[in-house]
Write a protein that binds this ligand. Structure first.
Ligand code: ATP
Length: 227
């Protein structure tokens, strides 16, 4: 489902005399349906960079990133938007939302974007918010003032609202208490069972051991910082 071949990434530091740093070379990995793969490696090895390239936020210097039928490394912006709508979800650590949109709609939005009727989308959103222990009194409020853990749970609800065939998970249990952490791990296990291919960064080692089938150490793809 996710196939990465010989991927390379450089950053050009325009404010530092145009210095070019090579941060990744020869990255090759594949993630099958129903599989959850953890990216590991020391701080600065390139885990976040690889995730951002798969999501199409960072442009690859060379190589192939195939998600479903799309090569993200070559895709046009509109193809990436369609991929994100239908195929590839991203549960990031931090919530980024349009101000003043009620929490229930923040979670229902990805389903509305797929043409699912408002009531049905809201029902699914409500089920997830309840599962993730977000009090119903908060559903009509914007999540911008919520606590870190509440925002992360809204983000998780939004990320799991649509059954994406592929999902990126950036520390999905980072600021959660034991009860909610268990809920998130169960959601990940359910997604695996329905055949989702997942790639994640998990600093929570016990969570990683429970839900991940394999680990890939991205240090193997780090060329060093010299250009
Ligand atoms: N936007 C950027 N511009 C320049 N260099 C960057 C940029 N983003 C990342 N880097 C560099 O790429 C390398 C990999 O960074 P990345 O954040 O992917 O590492 P990581 O493995 O996710 O680290 P951590 O575990 O600390 O989050 C680092 O040397 C970093 O300085």
């Amino acid at each position: 489902m996710i196939e990465i071949q010989d991927l390379a990434k450089t950053f050009t530091l325009h404010n530092q005399g145009g210095a070019v740093i090579r941060v990744m070379e020869g990255a090759t990995l594949s993630v099958a349906r129903g599989e959850c793969v953890a990216l590991t490696g020391a701080s600065g090895a390139g885990k976040s960079t690889l995730m951002r390239m798969i999501y199409g936020n960072y442009r690859a210097a060379s190589g192939v990133i195939r998600v479903g039928g799309v090569d993200v490394a070559q895709a046009e912006p509109r193809e990436i938007i369609a991929l994100r709508r239908e195929t590839l979800g991203y549960v990031s650590q931090f919530l980024r939302v349009v101000p003043r949109v009620p929490t229930i709609d923040v979670v229902a939005d990805p389903l509305r974007a797929l043409g699912i009727p408002a009531e049905q989308a809201r029902t699914r959103a409500a089920d997830l918010l309840r599962l993730l222990n977000i009090p119903e009194t908060l559903w009509s409020l914007s999540p911008t003032t919520f606590s870190g853990g509440e925002q992360q749970r809204v983000n998780i609800a939004r990320g799991f609202a649509h059954p994406y065939p592929a999902l990126l998970l950036d520390e999905p249990t980072a600021s959660l208490d034991a009860t909610n952490r268990a809920v998130v791990l169960a959601l990940i296990e359910e997604a695996k069972a329905r055949g989702a291919a997942m790639v994640g960064i998990f600093h929570d080692e016990a969570a990683r051991a429970r839900v991940c089938d394999r680990e890939i150490d991205v240090s193997a793809f780090t060329p060093g910082l010299a250009a």
